[in-house]
Design a protein around this ligand. Structure first.
Ligand code: F3S
Length: 371
């Protein structure tokens, strides 16, 4: 309670408000998180339990330990952390908790960390959360409260910068690149984007994750898709933009080159699924992979939450996974430290690592050696 009150005081919150959901990033038992792990241990030993639905980011998959040999040494706190999370009632490990049963309704208040999930919650679901941090998220989950400031307050959700793009059919790769550009240009301001009519929630997921990596963005108003932005007027709460920025294909080419590392050697790892893929996205990947085989000297990792993974395993599509030699996993491809050279279609992973940024089809070609 003291932690939340101090946090609220420092941001000028007037009170604590009820939340209905939480999501924590206290999931990786890396040896360096010993301070947070020790707090979690104290919380669990005190018998405290979360009062609201609480999920956590993806965990390490030790079933793959033969390929990721150095993991065990780095993740010495994993068992302790998982045990303590379980004791306090945290269930479900993914950065897409909204594909599980942690999918808050429009207007509800939440305490989520994981920048890609927070931006989805605010922009696609119209629920409300600031970008929380590990420990604060757990404190909020235990109290079912958060300080009333930032994106919990309607006036603070007003759009600030208008991004305009030509009206055309943008591919998922384009949307991710638009997200990288918007994040670095908007910084901590709230972007409004015009020209993405018909964008899917998966599109918002990938665009948002990229923006939340290159900028401190936690909400994007996609006009026509974000529940609070049916019109431009609504997105700007009847005010005018502070700035208007045109995005053209040149800006996207620049951003793609900027966040893409170049490797001379063949890739050892190709990863798809940062943020974790939806079921539709996994099906799309598998349809593109059908009849092809991953080359013996590299690995193709397809990453999604456990529930999506299980539903694929129990469908005919799993045959494609087995025949192609790809791995369908529920870990985080960024923090698993996959062997380099590394290729991905994720803007977020490229921003944070030395991966090469490529379209989904190029990733599959690199994995299968197809010309
Ligand atoms: Fe998820 Fe890991 Fe990417 S937590 S958003 S897959 S960095």
């Amino acid at each position: 309670m003291k932690l939340l009150v101090k946090l609220g005081d420092s941001f000028g919150a007037d009170r604590l408000i009820e939340i209905c959901s939480a999501h924590t990033v206290l999931n990786f038992g890396l040896n360096i998180v010993n301070a947070a792990a020790s707090i979690l241990r104290d919380v669990a030993n005190a018998g405290l339990k979360v009062k609201v639905k609480t999920t956590a980011d993806p965990i390490i998959d030790f079933d793959q330990a033969d390929k990721l040999t150095y993991l065990k040494g780095l993740y010495g706190l994993q068992d302790q952390l998982l045990n303590d999370l379980s004791r306090i009632g945290v269930r479900g490990f993914t950065c897409t908790p909204y594909f599980l049963d942690n999918r808050p309704n429009f207007g509800s208040h939440c305490a989520w960390s994981e920048s890609s999930a927070v931006i989805y919650l605010n922009s696609a679901l119209g629920a409300r959360s600031n970008r929380e941090g590990g420990v604060v998220d757990i404190a909020s989950a235990i109290l079912a409260k958060t300080p009333n400031y930032g994106l919990h307050v309607k006036e603070n959700r007003k759009g600030q910068v208008l991004f305009k793009i030509p009206k055309k059919k943008w591919s998922m790769f384009d949307l991710t690149s638009i997200g990288l550009f918007m994040g670095e240009t908007a910084g901590s301001r709230i972007p409004v984007i015009e020209g993405l009519k018909g964008i899917t929630n998966d599109g918002i997921k990938n665009l948002g994750a990229a923006s939340a990596a290159t900028g401190a963005v936690a909400l994007i108003h996609v006009i026509g898709a974000t529940p609070e932005a049916k019109t431009k007027q609504e997105a700007f709460q009847n005010d005018v933009p502070e700035e208007t920025i045109e995005i053209d294909t040149n800006s996207l080419d620049e951003v793609r080159n900027k966040y893409s590392a170049t490797w001379k050697e063949n890739p050892l790892s190709i990863a798809i699924g940062c943020p974790h893929l939806s079921k539709n996205e996994v099906i799309d990947v598998l349809n593109r992979l059908k009849g092809k085989k991953v080359l013996a000297d590299r690995d193709l990792w397809i990453c999604c939450c456990e529930e999506v993974r299980n539903s694929i395993i129990h469908s005919n599509l799993y045959q494609i996974v087995k025949e192609s030699g790809a791995h369908l996993v529920s870990f985080c491809p960024l923090l698993t430290g996959l062997p380099r050279p590394f290729i991905t279609n994720s803007g977020k992973t490229c921003f944070y690592s030395s991966a090469t940024y490529a379209k989904l089809d190029e990733c599959i070609k690199m994995a299968t050696g197809e010309k």
